[in-house]
Design a protein around this ligand. Structure first.
Ligand code: FE2
Length: 188
């Protein structure tokens, strides 16, 4: 069975364990450090569990070859935020999935509405911003603000920016396993 809670938890844990040491797109942290730190930032900010899980899993779409093909073919593109969200939406509620789907758009949004936001970006993130379309236009901003999860999307983006400290200690994946399990659609 590929849709049981055990399956999805084991799959995610396996990705963290086997692939987590890979570098994170030119940043000084590994992929696992980045996602674990993002979850830690969410927890430190007093975010609810759905936001902690969203932060923990927000870049899972970078592991496209680990994601079942049935999820990848759903998307109109194979961008990592879309691939990750399409994979996770089968198992998690929109409060977890939508901020993940929008975490690149949220960077484009924040760069448009908050002039000093640009200074918070790492050079790798500025590079990808340009590839992703740069800051949003006024029209795109208005459309983005209609999102039911706007606040969660913006929060996740801030944690994404913060979670790039090579010296910060954070809990291991196992610390979050029961929290992820509690967010599965089948358990809520
Ligand atoms: Fe990220």
């Amino acid at each position: 069975m590929t849709n049981t809670p055990e399956y999805i938890l084991d799959l995610i844990e396996d990705i963290f364990e086997r692939r987590g040491a890979e570098s994170y797109l030119g940043e000084e942290v590994t992929m696992a450090q980045h996602m674990l730190q993002a979850a830690q930032c969410a927890e430190e900010a007093g975010a609810d569990n759905s936001q902690i899980v969203a932060a923990l899993l927000h870049d899972i779409g970078h592991y496209k070859n680990e994601i079942p093909e049935s999820s990848l073919v759903k998307g109109i593109n194979n961008f990592h935020e879309e691939a990750g969200a399409n994979f996770l939406e089968e198992y998690f509620p929109a409060s977890v999935v939508e901020p993940i789907r929008q975490h690149v758009s949220a960077k484009r949004y924040l760069c448009a509405v908050q002039p000093d936001y640009f200074e918070l970006l790492s050079s790798a993130s500025i590079h990808t911003l340009n590839l992703q379309g740069g800051p949003m236009s006024e029209y795109e901003v208005r459309e983005f603000e209609k999102n039911d999860y706007l606040e969660q999307c913006v929060n996740l983006r801030h944690w994404d920016e913060e979670a790039k400290d090579p010296n910060k200690q954070c809990p291991p994946f196992s610390y979050y396993r029961s929290l992820i399990e509690a967010q599965l659609i089948s358990n809520i």
